[in-house]
Design a protein around this ligand. Structure first.
Ligand code: GAL
Length: 636
């Protein structure tokens, strides 16, 4: 793309803003994570896109809705029935109201009146389900950006084709939620990225230009504040028209515009990557974009690696190994479980996957802890998920590759005592088994095994912070300049093949807080000693930990990690309980002996862990470890 005058102006605006100011590290004494909307658990349901793309219609939507109810999937929690791109006719330029394409949604036609989805949402609600709608944050949708098939796209004048929220946020949210009765909205972002004044979309297709605020894969040029501001306006309008909070806001900025750092403040779910495709490598790509972000998900706001593609391509009924792996991984990551298959014709083998109550229960576990990696490599991974029941966990062993693989599970991967028996229940077969210390498995290509486990916790009288990511809010992670995460699987983009120069890493988030590793995926090593557990974070950070008066003691071994980028600067660790300073470390720098901190947390609701930069010798961050960080001595 050429840098034209308008785009250059955007660039200038970004440069003037400079790197995003770090969020404040001063304690607030409160849990400040997003509490708006209704997402105490990851949403579950169905969406038209992966099943039909732009060719959505009323019968397809209602048919899948009926199947959710008749098959019992709705009872398991699959309640959202979401219409994606393709539903719109045009915008009425006199009233500004959106007009529904009644040729595909006949029930929206009202003689002598404007169109309405109310009859459809009434029917969906009458089935005990909830209804979702799709829009874009700019003037135009992704269908308009990428499809050339006019049959499925809005028609009319240039102004009539402006179907996105730009300039209409309040009005559209009122229409969709107050008038039409929707419960869920997915807000896409092509309008902010694909309609540059010099783009084909503008010059050849005649769409309205908008100087890009999102530059895919080029975070320095994206105008993070402007993108965030637009999404915030959607959140505000939702709160206005649904003051009871009975709605769900799904952000679809595909991991761009540094959404990792702010999406959790605004949305109930936030896409971490570009679109999933029914291709194994692409599923890995989306998986990787979420799997290291456990500390950025908690009840109220979840990471979204995109909708399920179970039923298609590499995940169809002839590839049940892959289909099960994809599904179980999404469940473990607390991803939205949104089916993207034409359920009207779903074979029993696929319905059995969606309907595996034990695996759905992992996703819907009240603890709200996204799985973390007990073992990580490009070949095998071991995902471990804490459950609300402290005596249980879930584990998933994954063979990412195309050859058989031996995977050894250690009790330590699970943070369980290696000297005590560990009981496993295979959640696909129901079979139970027991091991002590370690257990060896032979996994076929793309196979995963998923178990519920119980054993004796390594930390008998409490929890490591790395075991409870759902109770942690990274209020400030110290990232000064958004950096692109280089470790996600770089699958060939199915829609582009090898036509480009290669698959470049795309999504910011590198340098964010990590469990059991540094922010750059190194060992948590402090002055020569490696710690298997803890939180790695940058200086200039603050984490909120929900204690809710449960544990009476917090302790950690703190210091600068040996792989720090800044070897001169120093930082000070501070611990606050409900806003009150409980402990402060001395100034610590590279190669200093780590310091033990322990505080009394009896009665504390919110613990805050602050890493205050002291002497900043350069812009490079000081990498820090809260090693062995744990809450212990539970109130009986
Ligand atoms: C993409 C989005 C997909 C789908 C599609 C519709 O940007 O990621 O999930 O909504 O647009 O055109």
């Amino acid at each position: 793309m050429k840098l034209n005058t308008l785009a250059a102006a955007t660039l200038l605006a970004c440069l003037t803003l400079g790197a995003q100011a770090a969020a404040p590290i001063e304690p607030t004494g409160r849990w400040t994570a997003n509490a708006q909307g209704s997402a105490s658990l990851p949403p579950m349901g169905w969406n038209s896109w992966n099943a039909f793309f732009l060719e959505v219609d009323e019968e397809k939507v209602l048919g899948s809705a009926r199947k959710l109810v008749d098959s019992g999937l709705a009872k398991l929690g699959y309640v959202y029935v979401n219409i994606d791109d393709g539903w719109w006719s045009h915008r009425d330029t006199r009233s500004g109201r959106m007009v529904i394409k009644t040729s595909i949604f006949p029930s929206a036609r009202r003689e002598g009146k404007d169109t309405s989805f109310r009859p459809l949402t009434d029917r969906i609600h009458a089935m005990g389900l909830k209804a979702g709608i799709y829009t874009d944050i700019g003037y135009h949708s992704c269908g308009q950006a990428f499809s050339s098939n006019a049959e499925f796209l809005p028609k009319g004048t240039q102004a009539e084709k402006r179907i996105g929220l730009e300039g209409h946020t309040d009005q559209d949210i009122q229409t969709y939620f107050a008038d039409w009765g929707f419960d869920f909205i997915k807000v896409d972002a092509c309008g902010l990225s694909s309609f540059a004044p010099d783009s084909d979309n503008v010059l050849k297709k005649g769409y309205t230009p908008l100087a890009p605020l999102i530059w895919r894969g080029t975070p320095n040029l994206s105008n993070v504040a402007a993108v965030r501001g637009r999404y915030q306006a959607v959140a505000d309008a939702l709160a206005k028209y649904r003051p009871q909070g009975d709605y769900l806001l799904s952000l679809c900025a595909w991991g761009m515009a540094d959404v990792r750092s702010w999406g959790k403040e605004i949305g109930n779910t936030s896409r971490t990557s570009d679109d999933i495709m029914p291709v194994w490598g692409r599923m890995l790509h989306n998986l990787d974009s979420t799997s290291k972000r456990a500390l950025y998900a908690h009840p109220g706001s979840w990471n979204d690696p995109d909708m399920l593609f179970v039923g298609h391509g590499d995940f169809d009924q002839h590839h049940l190994t892959e289909a099960r792996s994809h599904f179980a991984l999404w469940a473990m990551l607390n991803a939205p479980l949104i089916i993207g298959y034409d359920l009207r014709n779903a074979p029993p083998a696929l319905m059995d996957i969606f309907g595996n109550a034990a695996i759905v229960a992992l996703n819907q576990d009240a603890g709200g802890h996204q799985a973390t990696l007990g073992y990580d490599s490009n070949d095998a991974q071991i995902y471990v998920k804490s459950l609300a029941d402290p005596s249980k966990k879930a584990v998933l062993l994954l063979n990412r590759g195309t050859a058989d693989l031996k995977v050894t599970l250690l009790a330590e991967h699970l943070k369980l005592d290696p000297a005590q028996p560990v009981t496993l229940r295979n959640l696909w077969t129901g079979e139970s088994s027991v091991f002590t210390g370690k257990s060896v498995y032979q996994l076929k290509a793309h196979e995963s095994l998923v178990f519920e486990v119980s054993g004796t916790r390594l930390l008998r009288n409490g929890v490591y912070l790395s075991e409870i990511p759902g109770l942690i809010n990274v209020a400030a992670d110290g990232v000064r300049q958004p950096e692109i995460d280089p470790v996600a699987h770089r699958a060939i983009q199915p829609w582009e093949g090898t036509l480009s120069g290669g698959e470049r890493p795309l999504y910011t988030g590198w340098g964010g807080a990590q469990v059991d590793a540094t922010p750059y995926d190194q060992n948590l090593q402090l002055n020569g000693a490696t710690y298997r557990t803890g939180i790695g974070i940058l200086d200039g950070s603050r984490m909120e930990v929900k204690n809710d008066q449960r544990y009476r003691r917090f302790s950690a071994t703190v210091g600068v990690v040996d792989s720090t980028r800044n070897m001169q600067g120093s930082a000070q660790f501070e611990i606050y309980g409900d806003g009150r300073l409980l402990a402060r470390s001395k100034a610590l720098k590279f190669r200093d002996a780590p310091q033990q901190l322990a505080v009394d947390t009896a009665g504390v609701k919110v613990l805050e862990l602050v890493a205050r930069p002291l002497s900043r010798t350069s812009d490079l961050p000081v990498l820090l470890g809260w090693a062995d960080a744990a809450l212990t001595d539970p109130v009986k």
